[in-house]
Design a binder for this molecule. Structure first.
Ligand SMILES: [Zn+2]
Ligand SMILES: [Zn+2]
Length: 372
């Protein structure tokens, strides 16, 4: 998931430091491992770190950049694992102003801080905590800031990432490092979409559900649907390997272009305009279509008879409320074996440029960047 258009004025200084135009001051930062990382005074404090730089035109280089500045109310986190996400292709094509990577797990590295060494995932939407949305618990759509970590300020394809304390999601010890990033987009975004849809189309009113797109979010939606009581789950995707995973999760494959069957609930996870349009076609009168997938290109809806002459809910959901973490950890524990199947590649930072090429070819479902 992600959107790259949010504004984030409060964090411009942090971002500038990350790009090398400001002071790199990591409070109580890590100790240097070599002369390259030593500052001139030889104090043994790192001033630079390795990071992926997205230049655009599908070009990524691994470079040393200044350590990001840690702002007031923030901590420095040593990145452990960052999952690759299809939404990163936008930055792969166009280039990124800030270090990319938004499905981040790591440890707080802030000696003396009460959270030092805590294992955490990173909740990417910054949020004020006091606007109407935040007070309602909808921290993913704060009315005061629309800044996202890994999009509008530095993210996790690097050794370190600065994180506001309010964006730290502590991860229990029984959740392995390699599964922890799944708590974000794969489980968090998926489960929130299903929970939100359940307000208008609860399991007892949805005799069947169609999921379109069997990527990590679509597969996550299948597992969330089952846990929340939905049965008769069908899924469409052009990729047979992904369909095989979906089948093993209990969903039945459904032909992509089949418009003969109508559904009371459709969860659209591909972001493809054709899938969205087909979804509008095959949603039953009174039913609901949930748009979870994203697409940077403008989407045109033809207001034809099918669209005009039925009542239906067209729902958009984004990310997840912070308080969903507990139920989402329970989801991960309940389907641990299934989620494990999604993590199908792990590699270090130097291999990231090549891994993006393979990921774009559809060779991986949920690959992980693993920092040393
Ligand atoms: Zn993502
Ligand atoms: Zn707020």
């Amino acid at each position: 998931m992600g959107r790259a258009d949010g504004s984030c004025d409060a964090d411009r200084t942090t971002a500038a430091a990350a790009r090398g135009s400001g002071p790199a001051m990591a409070r109580g930062g890590p100790h240097a491992g070599g002369s390259e990382g030593m500052n001139r005074a030889g104090s043994g404090i790192n001033t630079t770190m390795a990071a992926a730089v997205f230049h655009g035109d599908e070009r990524i280089t691994i470079e040393r950049i200044p350590l990001p500045r840690v702002g007031e109310g923030e901590v420095l986190m040593r990145v452990g694992k960052t999952a690759l996400c299809g939404s990163d292709f936008k930055l792969w094509h166009k280039g990124a102003e800030f270090t990319a990577g938004h499905e981040i797990f790591g440890r707080v590295e802030q000696p003396g801080h009460r959270l030092h060494d805590t294992r955490c995932c990173v909740y990417i939407p910054l949020h004020c905590g006091h606007c109407a949305s935040c007070r309602r618990g909808d921290t993913q759509m704060c009315l005061e800031t629309s800044c996202l970590i890994g999009w509008n300020r530095p993210g996790g394809y690097a050794e370190y990432v600065p994180v506001p304390e309010s964006c730290l999601l502590p991860v229990p010890e029984d959740i392995e490092d390699r599964l922890a990033p799944l708590l974000l987009d794969t489980i968090g975004t998926s489960a929130h979409a299903v929970r939100f849809a359940g307000r208008v189309m609860p399991p007892n009113e949805a005799a069947s559900v169609l999921v379109t797109g069997a990527g990590p979010v679509g597969l996550g939606v299948v597992l969330a649907l089952q846990t929340l009581g939905y049965r008769n789950i069908l899924i469409s995707d052009p990729n047979d390997e992904r369909l095989a995973i979906a089948r093993s999760f209990g969903a039945r494959p459904h032909p992509i272009d089949d418009t003969s069957r109508l559904f009371p609930l459709i969860v659209e996870c591909s972001g493809a305009h054709a899938a969205r349009n087909r979804g509008i076609n095959v949603v039953l009168p009174g039913g609901a279509i949930v748009l979870v997938g994203e697409n940077a290109a403008p989407w045109m809806i033809t207001e034809d008879k099918v669209f005009r002459r039925k009542d239906f809910h067209m729902i958009r959901t984004f990310y997840f409320p912070k308080a969903d973490l507990g139920p989402n950890i329970a989801l991960l524990r309940a389907h641990r074996d299934c989620y494990e199947r999604l993590v199908d590649a792990e590699f270090g930072l130097d291999a990231l440029p090549d891994a993006f090429v393979r990921f774009a070819r559809g060779e991986y479902v949920k690959p992980l960047l693993t920092m040393a």
